[in-house]
Design a protein around this ligand. Structure first.
Ligand code: HEC
Ligand code: HEC
Length: 413
């Protein structure tokens, strides 16, 4: 009913900067003043560091502010301008169509009035595991997903799309608790009141059925979309887990459910495409690029069957388009050095490689192994993405996406 299309308008500000378009409103994301983004947390430092690592590598700050760089202004502080909001519903595809809900990534810093300081770590855990709005869900342990049972609310109020909790819920308990601990205790509170997200009367419940989002835990390997892989089964399982819990299927097809139709097959209909540029906010505005999540199944002509596991690794760690990047070991991020291309062709926005690069080598190799060897090839030719002549290079400077590895904890400005 409601296509949960992601509106990538959050890229508008930087695209405007890139093109020096005077008519664009500058993003106010940099107005938080000279504060430190982190504070030294109480409790187990290992748990805090794990939580921080998970926040970095799950693209939380693509939406919640900070663009994968803990040294950035606005880290986790939520929406600060209309450009960071989402339009959910048919209007995401056809401007003006109804219904149309504006949704807003919240302030995740532990500010007591405007941030998650008001919630317990358990309420944050319940938001990530069950998608329940902490504001309206009692602070209790939940042991069922059947409404009215095991403390699961009879009328659940779910978080608005595109918050990808259906992917996050697949992280183990320990990881979700670590994220909650980091947000509550490892981040400096910043006051930023984010307006409420709009919503249908059922608080998205009809969108969050098992039929639509798949079960938790996910179906066992291999499903009908998968095949028995060669090589280390431990590595395949690790790669599969990383794909499911990082929401790759949210864009590439199938959501977090490997039994779903279209699992990782790439764009099958126009509502899975993105419009990048000023047109995301203002229909007809220029420039306007259509970008398309690719077919990640190992089909030899239309999918990643054409690429080596190393090329997939390089796509995830460095954002390099496998199609136009040599199959070599890369040891630098300076163009022209250590096999890093002199003129890098980056993957189109909004592929979140600037977050995926913070996963460990082992995780990225495991994802490559899973995609190449454990997914069944499906023929689906996805048209090439449009983009600026520099292949997004001016979007992917250290100033915009931070360093890899990330600034160390705690980061004080
Ligand atoms: C694609 C965008 C997107 C990404 C990525 C994302 N979120 Fe969200 N998140 C949202 C939106 C939108 C909301 C607001 C939902 C609402 O208003 O009901 C939200 C709400 C939340 C809330 C509830 C806060 C509150 O005050 O009610 C928490 C907690 C949260 N996100 C944590 C995370 C974490 C942790 C990650 C990374 C693991 C993450 N989010 C990644 C879009 C995103
Ligand atoms: C927010 C949407 C989004 C998410 C989430 C996402 N991707 Fe992508 N991805 C894209 C888009 C868009 C492209 C196309 C880029 C281009 O055409 O240059 C892409 C391209 C790719 C490519 C290059 C494929 C090719 O044939 O060139 C790989 C590999 C890839 N994604 C892997 C992943 C993996 C693995 C994950 C999860 C860890 C993931 N993506 C999550 C949007 C996304």
């Amino acid at each position: 009913m409601i296509p949960p299309s992601r509106n990538p308008s959050r890229w508008l500000a930087s695209i405007c900067a890139m093109l020096a378009i005077a008519a664009c409103t500058p993003s106010s994301a940099g107005t938080s003043g000279s504060t430190s983004d982190m504070r030294v947390a109480q409790g187990s430092q290992d748990q805090i560091l794990l939580g921080r690592q998970l926040v970095l590598s799950h693209a939380c700050t693509d939406c919640h502010g900070g663009n994968n760089n803990p040294a950035a202004m606005g880290w986790l502080q939520g929406v600060r301008s209309p450009q960071d909001e989402f339009k959910i519903g048919p209007c995401a595809v056809t401007p003006g169509a109804q219904p149309c809900f504006t949704t807003r990534p919240k302030n995740l810093t532990p500010d007591n009035t405007t941030g998650i300081g008001r919630f317990s770590e358990r309420q944050i855990f319940n938001a990530l595991r069950f998608g329940l709005r902490p504001e309206e869900t009692p602070d209790v342990e939940i042991t069922s997903t059947t409404p009215g049972q095991g403390n699961f609310p009879a009328n659940p109020h779910y978080l608005a799309p595109p918050m990808p909790w259906m992917a996050w819920r697949h992280m183990p308990d320990q990881e979700l608790w670590a994220i909650a601990a980091y947000l509550k205790r490892g981040v400096k509170p910043a006051a930023n009141k984010v307006a409420e997200s709009e919503r249908p009367p059922d608080f998205w419940a009809s969108e969050m059925t098992v039929e639509k989002i798949g079960p938790h835990p996910a179906a066992a390997y291999p499903t009908a979309n998968e095949r028995v892989a060669e090589g280390s089964q431990e590595q395949i399982a690790r790669g599969r887990f990383a794909v499911i819990s990082h929401d790759c299927g949210g864009c590439h097809g199938g959501g977090s459910d490997p039994t779903a139709k279209g699992w990782l097959t790439g764009v099958m209909s126009p509502d899975q495409e993105f419009k990048i540029g000023p047109c995301a906010l203002q229909p007809g505005a220029q420039p306007c690029w259509t970008t398309r999540p690719k077919n990640l199944t190992p089909d030899n002509t239309t999918g990643i069957g054409r690429f080596s596991e190393r090329q997939i690794f390089n796509a995830l760690r460095y954002g390099l388009r496998p199609e136009e990047t040599a199959d070599v070991d890369i040891t630098s991020t300076t163009p022209g050095q250590g096999n890093f291309p002199a003129n890098p062709h980056y993957l189109a926005v909004p592929m979140p490689w600037q977050s995926w690069r913070h996963m460990s080598d082992q995780d990225l190799w495991a994802i490559a192994a899973y995609l190449k060897r454990a997914v069944k090839p499906v023929s689906n030719k996805v048209a090439d993405s449009e983009g600026p002549p520099d292949f997004w290079a001016s979007e992917y400077t250290i100033a915009k996406i931070g360093t890899h590895p990330a600034a160390s904890y705690p980061f004080f400005r």
